[in-house]
Design a protein around this ligand. Sequence first.
Ligand code: UD1
Length: 417
Amino acid sequence: MPKIKIEGKYPLCGAIKINGSKNAALPILAATLLSDEVCHIDNVPPITDIFNMQNLLLETGKHSDFQKETFLTEASGELSPFASYQFTNRLRASFLVAGPLLAKTGFARVSYPGGCPIGARPVDLHLKGFEKLGACIHTENGYISLKAEKLRGNKIYLDFPSVGATENLMMAATLAKGTTVIENAAAEPEITDLANFLNNMGANVDGAGSDTVTIRGVEKLSGCSYSVIPDRIEAGTYLIAAAATGGKVTVTNVIPEHLNPVIAKLRETNVHVTVKGSSVTVEGKSSYKAIDIKTMPHPGFPTDLQAQFCAYLSGAKGTSVITETIFENRFMHIGELKRLGAKIVTEGRTAVIEGPSKLNGAQVIAGDLRGSAALVIAGMMAEGTTVLEDGGHLFRGYHRMVENLQELGAHIELLEQ
Ligand code: UD1
């Protein structure tokens, strides 16, 4: 794992163009399995999770070329509907190939997915939905096998608006016979992006972005050209980093409405945020207010920005309370923030932050993607040198983060181990 060294107390200043969304691109790449024809997908971020998905697609027989930010799938012959542990343990989103493989080939054998260690992250909601569509499910030796000659549309109620389950079931239902209605569906912008991609391929998906998604099955999906939406989590991370260092940063190439919760919460801390066209600018302050945050399904505050906000709020004046409602174990960064001098007490899914704390550089280790981003932010807030021991997690989700931060004025460097 590469290490990242940060010399703190340099405010970030400048502009940064945001990449395509990781969480939108991953299901879209999985969805290419639904068509035998060529798909041309732009604005795909060159990050580790995408390369892992590309390898997984290759294992199933779907060849592709990925240059710069363009992902081009080749026309495919017969698919091999297997996803082995070798690839699925690196990527939670690997399970998103299950729905497309099942719908396209009538069978899928997929190893239980890996990913960030932020909670149990079961796939029961995906499986319940596949059963509703008529699949037989068998679990053995860490693999889930799904079988259905032809999926049949049905009404599916999700016990929780799971992003992954909504995506998997939406993809599977595109080639089912009849109509599928997913109730209590997730409404994240990445769901809408996937639906738009599927509709470009000739699918009939309606209602994405609301809590009820209707999919009328079609016979066949074609190839298409598509461009992935900007990454709201990457944008949010840089906005929070700018505020945390008392700097001024503009993120460009964003869809500002996707950033509404983070903009609202930054403003509540009393920093200045302006929105102009597809750009958002934050101007930090040396003193800012403590606030409360509760993570929620979209359009609530995204859990993927909770850790970064936690670092930022350690410098806020007063008591902040963060409640994590989506994942049961998403406070691993807090122990490390405390090593830097943050005053945080956790109880269950609640963290109480007393600020402002004067952070001091230290050696830290994160263990997950967004927690790593939080520690980079905290390192930039701290006096002296911070070394992030497991910096490799960052590359799963952020393209050129170290270089980008250097260009914005941070004193940060990548140390090879
Ligand atoms: C996606 C995102 C991730 C984000 C999360 C929540 C991708 C690739 N990842 O993950 O970055 O943090 O949404 O916005 O898009 N659950 C179950 N059973 C299931 C499925 C989920 O209990 O079958 C639970 C999970 O354990 C978790 C909660 O539901 O506690 C939310 O999970 P989900 O929305 O499915 O997240 P992912 O799709 O895994």
